[in-house]
Each structure stands twice: as C-alpha cells, then as structure tokens.
Design a protein around this ligand. Structure first.
Ligand SMILES: [Zn+2]
Length: 305
C-alpha cells in the first residue's frame, strides 16, 4: 500500500530547506563565521536567525541572493551520507554544539562542498529544483540576533509580480509612464508639498493678523482683553499657538488672555501685570483649575504663555 503524502507541499518545503543550507553557507562567506540561532522551514518560505551585531546592508543582501541563485543555476547535486560523528567532524560539517548527536550522523553536502551540514531533514536532489531565491525581509528578533525571511520556487515569481503591481499602481497614482520617472516624480511632489506648507503658514499668519486687527479690546480684570478664539470663525481652524504668535506681535504691550474651547490658554505679553495678579484674577473668575493650582509665579508665565 502506498502512503499518501501531499507531494507538492512536501516538495515546496524541501526547496526551502535546501535553500536554508545555501543561505547559511552564503552568510558565512559574507560575514565570516555565522552562528545559527534558529530556523523555520515551510512551503517555499524560510526564516533563518543568526547572531550578528549589525544588520546586513542592501548590498550584502543582494550579494547573498546572487551567491545563492548562482548555486541554483549551477544545478549542483545534493548528497546525503551517513557516517560516524568523528568522520563528520573531519569534513568540517556545520553542526550545533548545543545539540546531542548519535554515533552515526547524516551529512548533507551541496555541490563540491559549498555547504556541508549535519542534518536529518529532507532535501531536493539538485539545487536547480529550488528554482529561485529572494530575501524578502530582515529584522531583529533579539539583542544581537537578526532574522532573514526568504522565498523559494514559484513564490519568488509571485513576489516579483506583487512588487510590479505595486510599482504600476504607484506610477499610475503619481502620473508617470516609466519606472525611471517614479523616484524623481515623488521627490518633486515632496518638494512642492514643503513649499506649499510654508506658503500656507504665511497665509495663516496673514489671516490671523487681519482678524486680530479688527478685535476691539475689552478690559477684563487684570487683562486688557480676554479673547475666545472660537468667537472668531476664521480663527477656529488654526492652532492657538499660531494665533498666539501673531497676536504677540500685534498686542506687544498688552496683557491678553487667549483661550479656545478645548481649554487651551495662551497668555500674550505681560505688560505690567504680575503673575500673582494673573493667578488671582483667574481664580476669581473660577478658572483656577486643578492644573493651575499647582502653578506658581514664574511657572504661571512660562506655562500659560
Ligand atoms: Zn537542514
């Protein structure tokens, strides 16, 4: 009787597993010694954790992908040999020193020894079967431990298609017809956005200035005037900070209190009024909130303005 196993899924895992060995070897070539901290093999998907202080640069990632894809197109055979642990050590096979091995171990060799590891897992018989390899991410999983995530086989093509669709959609959105125009166009949009933001800021200041000039100051307690910004529709969409900055220039010698519906206050110019007088006045008006109670003298000036 034949045992039914899900062949396509099993094969996809084998591709990812052999690619993990290639990745381990390629990392060693790029970084010197690499200590594996863990790995996960799934269908055309793999994760490989290794000890390193620094992240891989984009150039290093590209180099690793190139090395692995080169091993794939070279169609290298994968051989599995059972031997004594002592003999395995002689081959220089990668092994985990924390792991316990039996007297007889399995040594998996790719090509002429590009990769030699002790491993009990199943592999493809030739690197060509992996199809292709791409690193899709790098992240830190612990202090000094980085994780590389990669795809193999048909997933590499799907990944490339998804990237292309994203680029196409972005090109359409920003109105360019070739990929080479994409980055310059985005940079142009960002520059324009900065310019517009500074124009908006100066327009806001002008608008605030215009509105504040029309306000009739009505003395109220120690204040030359108390202005609720919400009484002026044109001011309502501006932050109290923007209003206060402009108001300070216009009412430079006055003691004015600005406030909005959210209870944000801004004190403009102190004139000859002391902080204590302001605090007392606010208390008399019933505006001496719990927060205000904790303030004293200089704090009132610094926090309220
Ligand atoms: Zn393995």
């Amino acid at each position: 009787m034949k045992i039914s196993v899900n062949q396509p899924q099993r094969y996809a895992k084998m591709r990812a597993h052999t690619a993990t060995h290639l990745l381990h070897a390629a990392l060693g070539k790029i970084l010197g010694q690499t200590k594996q901290e863990g790995s996960l093999v799934d269908e055309d998907y793999l994760r490989f954790d290794f000890a390193t202080k620094e992240s891989l640069s984009i150039d290093q990632i590209t180099e690793i992908e190139d090395i692995i894809n080169d091993q794939i197109v070279q169609a290298l055979p994968i051989s599995v040999q059972e031997m004594s642990l002592e003999d395995a050590k002689q081959t220089g096979a990668k092994m985990f020193f924390g792991d316990k091995y039996g007297a007889v171990v399995r040594v998996v060799t790719i090509g002429d020894g590009f990769s030699t590891e002790l491993c009990g897992g199943t592999h493809v018989t030739n690197t060509r079967e992996i199809g292709a390899f791409v690193i899709i991410g790098q992240e830190a999983v612990a202090s000094g431990v980085k994780r590389i995530t990669a795809y193999t086989g048909p997933k590499v093509a799907t990944y490339a298609q998804e990237k292309q669709h994203m680029i196409d959609a972005t090109m359409k959105e920003v109105g360019v017809v070739s990929e080479s125009q994409l980055l310059p166009k985005i940079q142009k949009i960002l520059t324009e956005q900065k310019e517009q933001a500074s124009v908006i800021e100066s327009l806001k200041a002008k608008l605030v200035g215009g509105v504040l000039q029309t306000i009739d100051l009505t003395p109220n307690g120690v204040f030359d005037s108390i202005i609720a910004t919400d009484d002026y529709p044109d001011l309502q969409w501006l932050s109290i900070k923007t209003i206060a900055t402009e108001a300070r220039a216009i009412f430079s010698d006055k003691t004015i209190l600005l406030y909005d519906t959210e209870g944000t206050f801004a004190l403009l110019a102190l004139g000859n009024v002391s902080a204590k007088d302001i605090a007392r006045d606010l208390w008399m008006k019933g505006w001496w909130s719990d927060e205000l109670v904790q303030w004293r003298d200089a704090d009132i000036i610094s926090k309220i303005s």
